[in-house]
Design a protein around this ligand. Structure first.
Ligand SMILES: C[S@@+](CC[C@H](N)C(=O)[O-])C[C@H]1O[C@@H](n2cnc3c(N)ncnc32)[C@H](O)[C@@H]1O
Length: 189
């Protein structure tokens, strides 16, 4: 990915103002059906932190992003927030979590990087821990404003996850329009 996109004030302002047709409420509700309140949850790529704020009402949240700019902006709104500077590809932390959540943060990873991230997430999860990630639905990749966007579907996600996770739900949903997105909820084996 173009490393600087999410470190650019103007791009980050533009992204922060962007309002998708559907927010992350559906994803948070799906997680809520499987994860008890007060569980320790790590969000990857919080961006402006809209889902992070909602998740914080239910869970002990740790937010993370590769962009220092998003982290710095969120800290200004909520100085007490537990935030980590993490690259989803490597996840260099010794903390552990009951669940790991992301909404369109893993879309910039190549298939190999995503596989590496899933392997590392497995290591960071407590026994029977959950992952819930939403990605763009489709195949292949495109570039938008020089940023790589990688699409995923039931087949490639199942292949990446099935050896170390039990897939609980794998469903298409909408961010901007019906079926443009897919989420996977899976439990650590
Ligand atoms: C499309 S935005 C989504 C932001 C937020 N989750 C939302 O739903 O509005 C992608 C987010 O992933 C972050 N990101 C991109 N590459 C990353 C990486 N390798 N590791 C962690 N975060 C990354 C970006 O900084 C940005 O916050």
């Amino acid at each position: 990915m173009e490393e600087n996109f999410y470190e650019n004030e103007e791009k980050v302002d533009g992204y922060t103002k962007f309002t998708p047709t559907h927010d992350g409420a559906l994803l948070i509700d799906v997680l809520g059906e499987h994860l008890p309140e007060q569980a320790a949850v790590l969000e990857l790529g919080i961006g402006p932190g809209k889902d992070f704020k909602k998740l914080s009402r239910r869970y002990r949240m740790t937010g993370s992003d590769f962009s220092q700019l998003f982290l710095q902006r969120y800290r200004e709104q909520d100085p007490a927030a537990d935030l980590l500077h993490l690259d989803a590809r490597t996840l260099e932390t010794d903390r552990t979590f009951d669940a790991i959540f992301s909404n369109k943060a893993l879309i910039h990873l190549s298939p190999d990087e995503l596989q590496q991230s899933f392997n590392r997430q497995h290591e960071l999860l407590s026994d029977n821990g959950l992952i819930l990630h939403s990605l763009w639905f489709g195949e292949g990749e495109t570039a938008f404003d020089n940023v790589k966007l990688v699409y995923h579907n039931e087949q490639d996600l199942t292949k990446m996850l099935e050896t170390s996770f039990d897939i609980v739900a794998l469903k298409k949903h909408a961010k901007m329009s019906d079926g443009d997105s897919i989420y996977v909820l899976a439990r650590k084996k």
